[in-house]
Design a protein around this ligand. Structure first.
Ligand code: MRU
Length: 349
């Protein structure tokens, strides 16, 4: 069964599946302004590193389309590009850790700048809208293809009838396709390599117990939800053959930023000799970040963590897993292994 996490409306706006309501309610939200898309990204109505890049790009295309229709999109080239510049910057700041967001809006901006360089002022608005929509769609299609490529490359790493542990949500609710880690798990299940999945809850917003469990149930893949703090017990009991999860940004040395709690899982997996895999498309690598220290880590509002009034809360949304704890990184161009400084350089050569 398939539910699109994002779709175009017939009028050129974007429908977002509001993920904050899942699994209780399946409701779409229509978005055609920059502010509404930024709100949706910040509130995690749409989330997951690759998907926020795609959704932000679609949101900019939808906003430009609406403004072209009501006549408020500047017709003059410099003014139109300045609107785009500001829309891209605002979007990129919405969630700083996942590099896919900045990567996507930069690519969108470059595509428009290049295309507009050959166009008269008269055609600016129309060409801009068309280019934005085409480039956003291209990134969505490419992301879907990268998910499939990762699934093919990663599934074979798992021995027959494995039990795997995963964290947060990395499936079709987080990407433009079948998912990163969850795409690998899905293909491995089809091949008889995965018999069950332990999904960590992913506190505080429970992307694991709400979203991953929902996706796996619809795919008929046996899933057991565990609270994050049960992971060591489950691994110590020998119930897990491999841990596989996604990434929001991978530094040039292989350090991986991902949902808070990922580093705990990597340390526990190391202790019990369990392979620990990360699945991420090439759009998640940031070669400008030499190591995890350079990755900005989002902090979320205190009210996401229930506590007594007046008590301080520290609520980082992501952590950085050091490269030496990672057995392999599954990408759309194949699986890379340590030493990651070298293998990542080769991946992008
Ligand atoms: O805060 P979220 O829900 O956007 O966090 C998502 C994750 O941490 C995923 O593991 C990551 O984006 C990789 S998903 C394909």
């Amino acid at each position: 069964m398939h539910t699109d996490a994002v779709k175009w409306t017939s009028s050129g706006a974007v429908y977002l599946l509001d993920q904050t309501l899942l699994p209780d309610e399946t409701a779409y939200l229509e978005v055609d302004t920059i502010d509404a898309m930024v709100e949706a990204i910040r509130a995690l109505r749409v989330r997951g590193a690759p998907l926020i890049g795609v959704a932000a790009s679609m949101g900019i295309a939808a906003a430009a389309n609406r403004m072209a229709v009501d006549g408020s999109l500047p017709g003059e080239k410099t003014a139109a590009l300045s609107w785009l510049e500001s829309a891209c910057d605002t979007m990129a700041r919405a969630r700083p850790t996942a590099v896919n967001l900045a990567w996507a809006v930069n690519r969108l901006r470059s595509a428009v700048v290049e295309r507009l360089s050959t166009v008269n002022d008269d055609d600016t608005a129309e060409v801009m809208v068309r280019t934005l929509r085409r480039e956003a769609q291209r990134m969505w299609d490419e992301d879907a293809a990268m998910c499939s490529a990762m699934a093919t490359a990663g599934a074979v790493l798992l021995p027959a009838a494995s039990s795997v542990m995963t964290h947060c949500n990395t499936g079709m609710l987080a990407t433009g396709g079948i998912g990163t880690a969850l795409g690998v798990i899905r293909m491995a299940h089809e091949q008889g390599r995965v018999k069950e999945v332990y999904a960590c809850e992913a506190r505080p917003l429970r992307q694991g117990s709400r979203l991953t469990a929902w996706e796996l149930a619809r795919l008929d893949i046996p899933c057991t939800v565990v609270v994050d703090s049960a992971a060591a017990t489950v691994m110590a009991q020998g119930r897990v053959n491999a841990v596989i999860l996604g990434a929001d940004r991978i530094a040039a040395n292989g350090d991986v930023a991902n949902k808070i709690g990922t580093q705990n899982l990597a340390i526990i997996a190391k202790e019990y000799g369990i392979p620990f895999y990360v699945a991420a498309p090439t759009s998640t690598f940031d070669l400008d970040a030499a190591s995890g220290v350079a990755i900005p880590i989002e902090e979320r509002p205190a009210d996401e963590v229930a506590t007594a009034e007046g008590v301080k809360v520290y609520n980082p949304a992501f952590d950085v897993t050091p490269a030496h704890l990672i057995s392999g990184i599954i990408t759309d161009r194949g699986v890379i292994e340590p030493p990651y400084g070298e293998s990542i350089r080769r991946l992008f050569d």
